[in-house]
Design a binder for this molecule. Structure first.
Ligand code: ATP
Ligand code: PLP
Ligand code: MG
Ligand code: MG
Length: 298
């Protein structure tokens, strides 16, 4: 029996701006996927703003929502996507949800963005690392850590490209068939940012891509990356190269539109609001990405 794509996305919600579900749901819907979403937190904005208020969903709340779906027999999903998760107990409950959904649909694809931190800094409690290592990675089909997260999950200090592939092999050995390092800054060139991807099932492949780095930090791009990879892997029947090229084309077009919209003459400070992704304005770049960077087969 073939089912149309139906994604469950468990991520943050922000009232204003684009991170978590706000940056992931719209692109997946535009690309034709049916998306149900659970908001793991509801915050006024992302945590980079000066003031942040809001509510956190408990593990009991998550279990209740899944039970409601189960009781109505509407807990059949083709994909599960998870991103930022703020507590150990919630992450353990997520692992229970993955097992439940995989029991319901043994072909379910779990795309896990193991959000832990960036550039050497953790932004979740340290005890989440162990839960990802011991309970979550073995359930994930596709994972999208950044370089720092790959280091934490493998205990490998990554200082060159050889280390990247070693870490990727360790992540494969933990059970993940597709591993994508969504951003890494290890090139000799400080103005570049690399992406590495490896698939050990279907078409066995190792890919890399070097991008020109925009000298700003953005938020929501990691969440958007995972959502686009999920969508394109589905639409391309797991063609990793095509999925990566389309994902990067869309991301770079959105970042260009975002940067172009910031009219910062002179040394004016750019506010977090000005740097919010121009997602809605980029509908066409999501639906019809124009390839800008080609992935290199390693
Ligand atoms: P996560 O923490 O969710 O794993 P991440 O740290 O990998 O995410 P980003 O650093 O936002 O997420 O990178 C995701 C993608 O966004 C990159 O592959 C790149 O295409 C794009 N991107 C993000 N920031 C920049 C930037 N400053 N210049 C160019 N591209 C960027
Ligand atoms: N969710 C929340 C609530 C956040 O504050 C952030 C970043 O600040 C994110 C998710 C993740 O953003 P990114 O996609 O840049 O990793
Ligand atoms: Mg990053
Ligand atoms: Mg992230």
């Amino acid at each position: 029996m073939s089912h149309s794509p139906r994604v469950l996305s468990i991520q943050s919600h922000v009232v204003s701006g684009y991170v978590g579900n706000k940056s992931a749901v719209f692109p997946m819907q535009l690309l034709g996927l049916e998306v149900d979403f659970i908001n793991s937190v509801q915050l006024s904005t992302h945590t980079g703003y000066k003031n942040v208020k809001g509510q956190i969903l408990s593990e009991k709340d998550l279990a209740d929502l899944i039970e409601g779906l189960t009781l109505n027999d509407i807990d059949f999903y083709s994909h599960l996507l998870t991103g930022y998760i703020g507590s150990k107990s919630f992450l353990k409950q997520v692992a229970t949800v993955v097992k439940h959904l995989k029991q319901k649909n043994p072909n379910l694809i779990y795309v896990c963005d193991p959000v832990l931190g960036d550039n050497g800094k953790l932004y979740v409690p340290e005890d989440l690392v162990e839960v990802y290592k011991t309970s979550v990675l073995s359930l994930a089909d596709i994972i999208t850590p950044n370089l720092f997260e790959a280091e934490l999950l493998t205990d490998i200090k990554i200082t060159d490209v050889d280390h990247v592939w070693k870490a990727i092999d360790v992540l494969h050995s933990k059970g993940c068939n597709t591993v994508i390092i969504s951003s890494a800054e290890i090139s000799q060139n400080p103005n570049s940012l690399s992406v590495y991807a490896s698939s050990r099932t279907g078409k066995v492949q190792k890919l890399s891509m070097e991008l020109k780095k925009i000298p700003w930090n953005f938020t929501g791009t990691g969440d958007l990356f995972a959502a686009l990879i999920l969508s394109w892997m589905h639409k391309s029947s797991n063609d990793l190269k095509q999925s990566l090229e389309n994902t990067i084309a869309t991301l770079q077009a959105i970042l260009k539109r975002t940067v172009d919209s910031i009219n910062c003459g002179g040394d004016q400070i750019v506010t977090p609001q000005q740097k919010e992704l121009k997602l809605v304005q980029s509908k066409d770049d999501i639906e019809r990405p124009k390839i800008t960077y080609k992935a290199i087969i390693v």
